[in-house]
Design a protein around this ligand. Structure first.
Ligand code: GAL
Length: 694
């Protein structure tokens, strides 16, 4: 198991006497419906196997209709009703969307964009993370709610706010400016230190008083890069600070009730450094929505895997995903048969011990009325609701998995928010570089080979892994360089790429040639970056095609092996991919972008050298996403069919079938066939015999 000792873990407080189980549920928004519907809701929840709902997420205006009036009667009734039906409540603090009276009385809580525009009320999350006025109103509400429901038997967990930072992470208001200065004073202590860190000798930016410092608002040209990086760090910290402020109220009033908030590890959502947030909650929760495209399913698996890494390998809560279409993409596709279950169970394979949807009942009005739900507009007689009910039964059958942890893979991909933020700044060699895409491409390569890889934050303990892939690890402070060097000298195999090792924590270039902090370890030296234009390609001598980036690479250590050279373009003849053996380990460098398919070829060779092999039978490699959880009794193998064709699983280790999603294999196709988009969960009691040869 990968564990991060700083991550706390107190799980949902199930009712006394409840047997271990996986949670199943949704965001429940009863305030959108007349009371008659509530009884029907709980009846259908029972039918679907729902065990927990998140309640009151957007209820502030109903709970506190005016500054001095409160209305909890309706929520009391809903809490009681849910409890009577054995459904636990993850109760929201309701602070996500301030009511109109608050923004009318205090327009100074409204966020301001980089270009100075106010974000007005009318949608949601229109509040400044650093507004003292907002904070005091929010904490007053939290106090009221916590006091009222402290002893309610349905209360199983607290859900702070909702998707903190979804719409308001980067606020450039005067409140933000003041809080940014305080954050900087804390970080740098003296103006001299800040001036050095920000490189203010450049462009006459030297500060002589703290009051002169501003967020990186719309400027005449490129804003100072370290100011930009620090503002991103500060903005993430400011929201974390809000999380902690609400949590402290809850801990004071209900010390025994675990606290969480729903992270958004998905797609290009990048504002919050969740690796640094995980220690602030009792258990990690995440929301995930499928982003269409050729790597949609890889991205789901990558995100769930990273959440597990953030949670230190311990169970976490999938707080939201969709039963079918969302409503916020240009074209919102409905899910295909089998996708609802496969998407959910992939998260469970990656450690989710509770699975929930946005939302229980599809809204008839409002901005999300075309977003799918567990009970769609068509009602409970629908295929979606039948799938929802089947999933409830499947999750019940998976109760033995509850509490198990991730079985560490031998390989891991290193993920780092500082590198994500800094590598994509303006005024760089190429604006086309996409940090997360490069990491995802490597993950796709692992999936194509059928080799499990964990995704872990850069601050993790690397010692449990044999292979580390650190794509575009751009920000490498001395401490991280040392950990990577120790990893390799201890027999580990490191793979890193272009634009890695370049800057320190202040975004200052490591001088002497690239890849800076990793130059000696890799045994290569780069004098100049040579990025390619959009659509431009160069060939490598192994037949691969390189895009985005090339470099003038020289091998500096005699033992460095050149695995591929540039075959044309200005770098023709120079090394493109290298590997330096170091004691029993190695350090490999990929100086260009190869994309998932070609990376699979390269990675296969690198994994061979490290002795890392697929645990899947050959016919399933690339077609099946394997995730493994374990406890002291058994291993749980989740096998998800990534394709629209049946997959032959003959040759898997023997195990008891714990659950199988639908559709089940077609008649006569054999029990070892995995249906298109199907999932099979096996329990291997002896810890898993090696795969039989096929
Ligand atoms: C999330 C949010 C939900 C709902 C959902 C729709 O971002 O937390 O309230 O808006 O997206 O996909």
């Amino acid at each position: 198991m990968t564990t991060n000792p700083s991550v706390q873990h107190r799980w949902i407080r199930w009712p006394e006497g409840a047997t271990p189980r996986l949670g199943y549920g949704a965001d429940y928004n009863p305030e959108q419906w007349p009371r008659e519907v509530w009884r029907e809701d709980v009846r259908l929840m029972r039918e679907a196997g729902v065990t927990i709902v998140s309640l009151a997420i957007f209820s502030w205006a109903r709970l506190q209709p005016t500054p001095d009036t409160w209305d909890f009667a309706w929520l009391d009734q809903v809490m009681d009703l849910l409890h009577e039906h054995g459904i636990a409540v993850d109760l929201a603090t309701a602070t996500a969307s301030p009511p109109p009276w608050l923004s009318t009385l205090h327009p100074e809580i409204l966020p301001v964009t980089r270009t100075g525009e106010t974000l007005w009320p009318g949608a949601r999350q229109h509040w400044r993370p650093t507004s003292p006025v907002f904070r005091s109103h929010a904490l007053r509400l939290v106090d009221k709610l916590a006091t009222r429901y402290a002893t309610h038997p349905a209360l199983a967990a607290w859900h702070i706010s909702n998707e903190l930072g979804c719409h308001n992470v980067h606020d450039y208001s005067d409140d933000a400016a003041g809080a940014f200065r305080l954050w900087l004073r804390d970080r740098y202590r003296s103006l001299d230190t800040l001036n050095h860190a920000w490189g203010t000798s450049f462009w006459s930016q030297h500060y002589s008083a703290w009051e002169q410092i501003l967020p990186p608002r719309l400027a005449a040209s490129h804003p100072n890069p370290t100011q930009q990086l620090d503002f991103k760090r500060f903005s993430s910290d400011a929201l974390r600070d809000h999380l902690c402020a609400e949590r402290e109220v809850l801990r004071r009033i209900t010390p025994d009730v675990p606290v969480t908030t729903n992270f958004m590890v998905m797609g290009e959502t990048r504002g919050m450094d969740y690796a640094g947030w995980a220690a602030e909650v009792d258990f990690v929760s995440n929301d995930h929505y499928v982003h269409p495209g050729p790597q949609a399913l890889d991205e789901l698996s990558f995100s769930a895997n990273l959440v597990s890494g953030i949670a230190g390998g311990r169970p976490w809560y999938l707080m939201e995903h969709s039963t079918s279409a969302v409503n916020w993409q240009p074209v919102n596709r409905a899910k295909l048969p089998g996708e609802l279950a496969r998407d959910s169970l992939l998260h469970v394979g990656h450690g989710a011990d509770a699975v929930a949807f946005f939302q229980w009942r599809q809204s008839a009005a409002g901005a999300e009325k075309y977003h799918s739900a567990m009970v769609p507009h068509a009602g409970a007689g629908s295929e979606v609701f039948r799938d929802v009910t089947r999933l409830g039964a499947t999750l019940a059958a998976l109760a033995p998995v509850a509490g198990s942890v991730r079985k560490a893979a031998r390989a891991a991909i290193v993920f780092d928010w500082d590198s994500w933020w800094a590598a994509e700044h303006d005024s760089h060699p190429s604006e086309l570089l996409r940090y997360r895409q490069e990491a995802l491409d490597w993950y796709s390569a692992f999936l194509a080979l059928g080799v499990r890889a964990d995704v872990v934050p850069a601050g993790s303990d690397f010692s449990g892994h044999d292979v580390l892939v650190a794509p575009v690890l751009h920000v490498v402070p001395a401490e991280l360089a040392k950990r990577l060097t120790d990893f390799v000298h201890g027999g580990g195999h490191l793979v890193t790429t272009y634009f890695s090792g370049i800057v320190d924590e202040n975004d200052h270039v490591h001088l002497g040639g690239y890849p800076g902090a990793l130059r000696e370890l890799l045994g290569v030296q780069v004098e100049e970056f040579a990025p390619l234009s959009d659509g431009e390609q160069v060939r490598l001598d192994n037949g691969d095609t390189a895009t985005l980036w090339t470099e003038a690479v020289t091998a500096t250590a005699p033992e460095v092996r050149v695995l591929a050279r540039y075959a044309d373009g200005p770098q023709a003849g120079r090394p493109a991919v290298t590997r330096r053996p170091v004691a029993a380990g190695s350090a490999a460098y990929v100086s260009t972008r190869l994309g998932p398919r070609q990376l699979a070829g390269l990675l296969g060779g690198l994994l061979d050298s490290a002795g890392v092999v697929s645990e899947l039978p050959a016919a399933a490699r690339g077609r099946v996403d394997l995730t493994v959880r374990r406890d002291e009794r058994a291993e749980y193998w989740f096998l998800a069919n990534r394709t629209d064709e049946p997959v032959d699983l003959a040759g898997l280790p023997d195990g008891e079938v714990l659950a199988r999603s639908w559709p089940t294999p077609a008649d006569g196709s054999g029990a070892e066939n995995l249906a298109p988009r199907g999932v099979l969960v096996l329990r291997l009691s002896d810890g898993g015999a090696p795969p039989r040869p096929v």
